[in-house]
Design a binder for this molecule. Structure first.
Ligand SMILES: *Cc1c(COP(=O)(O)O)cnc(C)c1O
Length: 623
């Protein structure tokens, strides 16, 4: 039977489970290896059942920051939660606190021994599922079960974009998870009673804080469920955590301020330096030793080398080598030739309106127009690369990719431009491509509308790899500027307060279009089909959005962005001064180690101290 049926499927998926154990539990295997095998009906049903069961995990919903209320997705979320909780309960029962007999298991120690960190609301069903297990199966009374549940669970929020927040229709719960719905209603009733006791008569507050939203379709607000069912709630960068308390979770903060925390995201220096950029890791180790790899704050010691000519030369040389290597990769794999002496300007991240790849596009077109206007004027050569996936159902994101490649078609083939400006779309952006491109970047684009990017982690990877950041005061950019000194980043544009002010005043894109001649020229080119000669109205949806319903206020930051990019080009001409800023950035990037992040979660949310276990040896960076 080897190589037949299930084994084959398992291999194609790269499954590594214990075959014998897997087969024993597989009804199809059972059919084929027992007397039941003669029952042809049972065999057919077993195949059908297996297909049904496996359909649960067949597809990963591809959206980024977007909630799609599909039944299969809710089934997936429950499936993963149910399996995880059964594993947790089984392990707890086999510990010294447990017993197969529910009444002899003491759950008093459960919150001390188990921590469930809800990474976004996607596993929020863990809260009613744990309540169901403790109350219905383990026969604990409600109050005891609720105390255990809230002390065990904690919730991390990842976005404030309203279209991304999970609000599941009640009718899906009624058919799929009726008992969980009953439990959620009970949680809500008891919660709202307490809110009412603290704010008597404030019925509007009750409506705002309810886990159940009334409307044309009744929905469960899963973020509200997470906050109520957790002892800690955190955002993923300081500014984001403050925005949570001031806006979407304001009522909850006023009710239980002690729950609210911040845990600024981080990245692992093993993958994002040692593994992907060994040249840089090596010249750093030559100066400060290699202990920094497991204690990234030690990068601060590099401040002693900011004026060290040999170190400056080494840092610039490693960057140039990484750029040559990436240029060779692009030429070999994609037949694209780029100028390795140009400024490598990178924006790689999921395609989303809030991340404002369109602002980057407007800049590239502006540079193109400037070259065409004064072709003999000196121009600092740039290769602008944009990479990222669009969710298949997100029309505007796909149009943004189409625009990037269309600008490339015109700009890259214009003999007047030559190799002074290129626009490249990097296909199939993923971790393995990130590991190649980030070490080769000079400039990191982190240009979301202030208040929309919860943290960002791409920004941190670029900083650690010696790229300078052009960015708004958003997400972790704020803390990067604080660590490195604002003068060592290219910070531009509206702050959160400015965006709020503009919202009160009313954002009018047309005003910017009318008053900024270069912006008008760019938009007129997009409208007239300059970048899509075969289909002049191709970009009408983009133009219409930018002009009349741009939630992310691209034009409001256009002028500041263009001016800031001029400063970037000016500094880039001076390799030594540029490289000094690079060194100051690397030296200040220690805060953004995920070691720091995880230590904070452990101490401040899970109530545990980090173990004394030694971290990976430097020659085994992926361990
Ligand atoms: C780090 C990373 C991201 C996150 O990038 P942001 O700029 O923070 O959105 C996305 N995709 C890949 C492949 C990454 O490595």
């Amino acid at each position: 039977m080897e190589g037949q049926g299930g084994d084959d499927v398992e291999k194609r998926r790269g499954g590594v489970g214990n075959g014998a154990i897997r087969r024993k539990r597989d009804p199809l295997w059972h059919c084929l290896t027992t007397g039941l095998g003669v029952n042809v009906g049972g065999y057919i049903q077993a195949v059908l059942d297996r297909n049904l069961a496996e359909n649960i995990s067949r597809v990963l919903y591809p959206n980024d920051n977007f909630f799609e209320g599909k039944e299969l997705r809710l089934k997936q979320e429950y499936f993963v939660v149910a399996a995880t909780l059964q594993d947790i309960i089984r392990r707890f029962k086999s510990s010294k606190f447990g017993s197969r007999d529910p009444v002899r298991t003491s759950y008093d120690a459960f919150p001390e021994k188990v921590a469930i960190q809800l990474n976004d609301t996607h596993p929020s069903l863990a809260i009613p599922e744990l309540m169901r297990i403790l109350v219905d199966i383990e026969k604990l009374d409600w109050d005891k079960a609720w105390d255990i549940t809230t002390r065990t669970c904690a919730y991390t929020n990842h976005t404030v974009l309203p279209e991304a927040l999970e609000r599941w229709p009640v009718h899906l719960f009624e058919t799929l998870l009726p008992r969980h719905l009953e439990i959620i209603y009970e949680i809500n009733q008891r919660f709202l009673d307490k809110v009412y006791a603290k704010f008597p008569g404030d019925l509007d507050r009750l409506r705002r804080m309810s886990l159940v939203e009334e409307g044309s379709v009744k929905r469960i607000n899963m973020a509200h469920l997470c906050i109520v069912g957790s002892h800690a709630v955190n955002g993923v960068a300081r500014i984001h955590s403050e925005i949570l308390k001031a806006t979407i979770f304001k009522d909850f903060y006023e009710f239980e301020p002690h729950k609210f925390q911040n845990k600024t995201n981080g990245i692992t220096p093993r993958r994002w330096l040692v593994l992907c950029n060994p040249g840089l890791a090596e010249i750093i180790a030559e100066r400060i030793g290699e202990d920094y790899i497991s204690d990234l704050d030690q990068l601060k010691k590099l401040l002693n080398f900011v004026e060290d000519e040999a170190f400056i030369r080494d840092v610039a040389k490693v960057k140039q080598e990484n750029k040559l290597k990436f240029a060779a990769y692009l030429e070999k794999e994609y037949k694209v030739k780029i100028n390795p002496n140009s400024l490598f300007d990178l924006q790689v991240k999921r395609i989303h309106e809030y991340k404002r790849q369109l602002l980057n596009c407007l800049h590239v077109i502006t540079l193109y127009n400037r070259i065409k206007r004064e072709p003999n004027k000196h121009f600092v050569p740039r290769t602008v690369m944009i990479g990222g996936k669009a969710a298949p159902g997100y029309h505007m994101a796909k149009m943004i990719i189409k625009l990037i490649t269309s600008i490339g078609d015109i700009v890259n083939n214009d003999p007047v431009v030559g190799d002074r400006l290129k626009m490249i779309f990097l296909e199939n952006y993923r971790v393995s491509l990130a590991e190649k491109i980030i070490p080769a970047a000079d400039l990191s684009e982190q240009i979301s509308t202030a208040g929309t990017e919860a943290s960002g982690t791409g920004n941190m990877k670029f900083m650690l790899n010696g790229a300078l950041t052009i960015g708004t005061m958003d997400g972790a950019n704020v803390e990067m500027a604080e660590e490195a000194g604002e003068e060592n980043l290219f910070i531009f544009g509206m702050r959160v307060e400015d965006v709020e002010e503009l919202d009160r005043k009313g954002y009018c894109a047309k005003d910017y279009y009318d008053h900024i001649p270069e912006l008008k020229q760019v938009m007129d080119q997009l409208s007239s089909g300059f970048f899509s000669p075969k289909q002049p109205d191709l970009f009408k949806d983009i133009v219409n959005m930018l002009m009349y319903h741009d939630r992310f206020k691209v034009f409001a930051d256009y002028e500041a962005y263009i001016k800031c990019q001029e400063k970037v080009s000016l500094l880039y001409k001076n390799t030594k001064e540029w490289t000094k800023k690079v060194i100051r950035n690397i030296a200040a990037s220690g805060k953004f180690s995920s070691d720091r992040t995880i230590t904070e979660y452990a101490r401040e949310i899970w109530g545990v101290e980090p173990s004394r276990q030694k971290l990976a040896a430097p020659d085994d960076p992926r361990e």
